[in-house]
Design a binder for this molecule. Structure first.
Ligand SMILES: [Zn+2]
Length: 780
């Protein structure tokens, strides 16, 4: 009998099937040992010794393995192929040998060996069993060094925060850097001045009565830039151009190639699953894990994809050949480029997973195995499968045709442009981007029928208002993408960074976008002012590289930790020595930047109107006060100020008390109007956005009370049995079920929607999304 240890139950099932009765497969259920979250788990003075403890329930698993090991000839540690998996293997080995020693049993040292598979298929597993190796201590050390670093930063910074900074409880080495990105983005947005600009759109009819849409590019012989025309000019042009006759001046065609995207790595998979399927990064990884560990397909179990935690986009030679053969047989040789496309990866960690996330067998098409997968599994598998196949297909040829129309005296020019995919044997046939161009073929064909000199009939002229937009807030996936770009975090840590960020409550997700709360901004301001170098993007990225060096065996854990700790510990001591007053004063000054992001955002005191308002730090956090305190007693919490205008109270529209004596008012905030319900007795406040398109006159007391009741359960979904909610945001009322949302049209009364109607709306929205997502065959 031989033992195989893996970390999950799903893997047990797959391996048992492959290895037969000769092997006993046991799951460790993840890590068996962890650093307890208390002081003294890492001892810098003892060469950074780490004091581990059993994870709950793990000691009995270890005991079980130890007992079974006595009756076995060989123990294979088959945990995941990365640092985390290596560390799990090492802990199991260590704990089992220790257990036997403590119980005076014979040591089984020599029986242990390590195997790892980048893909769980019958062949690869058997191959791995034939090629066991020792535990790679470099990988284990790299994992431990990361753990120790995170521990040391967390456990020395937190007590300091309690003393110096009200409300901030903890800081994390990498999470705080991610939070810094979120805060910086919010600051950019706060500083952003929205600018209005105008354009003039012209619709023409051709001689065959077909419509083409153009935009004015030249006015009075001068090329127009973005901000060149004002509202008044745009409206004047509408009148002026009506008198003009337009004809085609020039037609231009251009061809360009568009290459397929590389196969997925962890970050790009998370990104695409978020945009195309609406998955959170955690959900993507959970589903991918299942696909990797094995899925029952007919009477066999197959690991459908390669290991999902990887920063590589490389495909193995074996995979390349298989994919090219598949394209050749299924689509035809015209779809296969003469040479394989080779994608390379920046980071190279020789002994860790170094392949892209791809199907283990490309011949298992999503269609072929659809009955073996749940809807979510199928959607994710399809995404991975298509991306891998597309990555080895021919480039798309994009044809752009533009037509310039000029008026009789040549003073004004309007331009119409269309792009479409003109090649029919390219990757777009299976990859969604084809859709973007598909509908445009018809429009382009109208333009092809145009001739230079041809007269056009002006159908309509529309002045159009636009606004510049501030940079978008980060979503989970775009934050991971940014972290990857900066070299912060690694594929196995992204999910953790994102979830800690949310658990610590320094940032909230609103419509799937991160918004820092004020405590989060305070923490980042503190770290920027007192620990700047340790929370800089470069510094954190450099440390990741040093961890990679440990993984490669080029440096050791102790050296890395020692270098970091010596300086960091000194820094902690200097800040500890600073008085509360000194820290508060510096913080009050630094916070001005956040509270008054623009030059004109600092306002005179609303009470006396004489002096400006200032920030002070009090026992309960920062607050605003008048510069002539104590003569003027104005005071307001900064959090209140940021969610309202400073004159908030004077702008209250309607104020009344509900049946529970809670005060209800309508307020004008920085981000639009909202309803506030204040429970003065319990000091709690509830705020509900008023949709910007809602007619303010229709805001009756009755409607306001109904809105304050949201989110409300409409009923249970007929298919899933789960709740369907009615919710409201700045953008309107909507229905939500699991992660799917459907907007409700303004004309419809949201409070009178029955469950069957809501389910219908959800299905329609889902169908619309699916329609967009499924690829179409090229029109001939
Ligand atoms: Zn004042």
């Amino acid at each position: 009998m031989k033992l195989v240890i893996v970390e999950s139950k799903a893997k047990v099932k797959t391996l048992e099937k492959y290895l037969g009765k000769e092997f006993n497969v046991i799951a460790s259920m993840g890590h068996v040992k962890a650093l307890p979250s208390k002081q003294g788990s890492v001892l810098p003075e003892k060469d950074f010794q780490m004091i581990y403890e059993y994870v709950k329930g793990a000691s009995s698993i270890v005991g079980d393995i130890a007992k079974k090991s006595l009756k076995t000839t060989k123990i294979y540690l088959a945990t995941d192929p990365d640092r985390e998996g290596e560390a799990i293997a090492w802990h199991i080995y260590n704990s089992v040998t220790q257990y036997l020693k403590n119980n005076s049993e014979i040591s089984t040292d020599t029986k242990f060996s390590r195997i790892a598979f980048n893909e769980i298929t019958r062949d690869k597993v058997k191959e791995a069993i034939l090629n066991p190796r020792d535990i790679d201590m470099n990988l284990v050390q790299a994992q431990q060094a990361r753990l120790a670093l995170d521990y040391l930063v967390g456990f020395t910074l937190s007590p300091l925060l309690w003393k110096k900074l009200p409300k901030c409880k903890s800081a994390g080495r990498v999470q705080s850097v991610a939070l810094r990105l979120i805060c910086e983005r919010e600051f950019e947005r706060a500083k952003f001045d929205t600018q209005e600009y105008w354009s003039v759109l012209l619709n023409f009819l051709t001689k065959d009565n077909k419509e083409i849409k153009a935009k004015l590019t030249h006015k009075d012989g001068k090329k127009l830039d973005k901000f060149d025309i004002s509202e008044q000019e745009a409206k004047e042009l509408e009148v002026k151009l009506r008198e003009k006759y337009f004809k085609i001046l020039r037609i231009q065609k251009k061809k360009s190639n568009k290459n397929p995207p590389p196969p997925f790595n962890t970050a790009s998979l998370q990104q695409e699953a978020a945009t195309k399927l609406g998955f959170t990064v955690k959900k993507t990884m959970q589903i991918a894990q299942k696909l990797y560990e094995g899925i029952q397909v007919e009477d066999d179990i197959v690991g459908l994809i390669t290991y999902m935690r990887t920063d590589a986009v490389v495909l193995s030679n074996e995979a390349l050949t298989q994919i090219r053969d598949f394209i050749n047989t299924s689509f035809g040789s015209n779809f296969v480029p003469t040479k394989s496309r080779i994608y390379s990866t920046k980071t190279k960690n020789a002994q860790e997973a170094h392949e892209a996330v791809r199907p283990t067998n490309v011949n298992l098409t999503p269609e072929k195995i659809k009955d073996s997968l749940s809807d979510e599994q199928r959607a994710l598998y399809e995404l991975i499968w298509k991306r891998s196949v597309a990555s080895q297909m021919k480039s798309s040829v994009i044809e752009t045709i533009s037509a310039e129309a000029t008026c009789d005296d040549g003073s004004h020019i309007a331009q119409a442009t269309e792009s479409y995919i003109s090649s029919s044997n390219c990757y777009s046939i299976i990859y969604n981007s084809y859709d973007e161009y598909d509908d445009k073929i018809e429009k382009a064909s109208i333009m092809y029928s145009l001739q230079e000199g041809e007269s056009l009939t002006t159908q309509s002229i529309t002045p159009k208002q636009h606004f510049t937009e501030p940079p978008a807030r980060y979503s989970e996936a775009s934050l991971v993408k940014k972290l990857e770009e900066l070299g912060i975090g690694r594929p196995s840590t992204y999910v953790n960074i994102i979830s800690v960020l949310q658990n610590r409550e320094y940032a909230n997700l609103d419509k799937k976008r991160f918004i820092p709360n004020f405590t989060g901004s305070i923490l980042i301001t503190f770290l920027e002012n007192f620990f700047d170098e340790y929370f800089q993007y470069n510094f954190t990225a450099k440390l990741e590289e040093e961890l990679d060096e440990v993984a490669k065996g080029k440096t050791c854990k102790e050296k890395l930790l020692n270098k970091f700790w010596k300086k960091f510990n000194e820094k902690i001591k200097t800040i500890e020595d600073k008085s509360y007053q000194e820290v508060s004063d510096l913080m009050a000054k630094a916070l001005e930047k956040i509270v008054f992001p623009k030059e004109d955002s600092k306002k005179p005191c609303p009470k006396c109107g004489e002096k400006n308002i200032e920030i002070k730090i009090g026992k309960f956090g920062p607050f605003l006060t008048c510069a002539q305190y104590p003569q003027c007693q104005f005071s307001k919490s900064v959090a209140d100020y940021l969610s309202n205008d400073i004159e908030g109270n004077t702008q209250n529209d309607l104020v009344f008390e509900d049946s529970n004596k809670k005060e209800i008012s309508i307020k004008h905030g920085k981000y639009g109007m909202y309803i506030q319900q204040e429970d003065k007795e319990n000091k709690s406040i509830k705020r509900i956005s008023i949709p910007s398109g809602l007619d303010k006159n229709s805001l009756s007391k009755d409607l306001i009370l109904k809105m304050l009741d949201l989110p409300k359960v409409i009923g249970q979904h007929t298919e899933t049995g789960e709740n369907v909610y009615l919710k409201v945001s700045k953008f309107g009322f909507y229905i939500e079920h699991q992660s799917i949302t459907a907007n409700i049209k303004y004309k419809q009364d949201p409070f009178n929607i029955a469950i069957d109607e809501a389910v219908k709306l959800l299905t329609q929205t889902q169908k619309l999304k699916n329609k967009k997502a499924t690829t179409k065959r090229i029109k001939k």
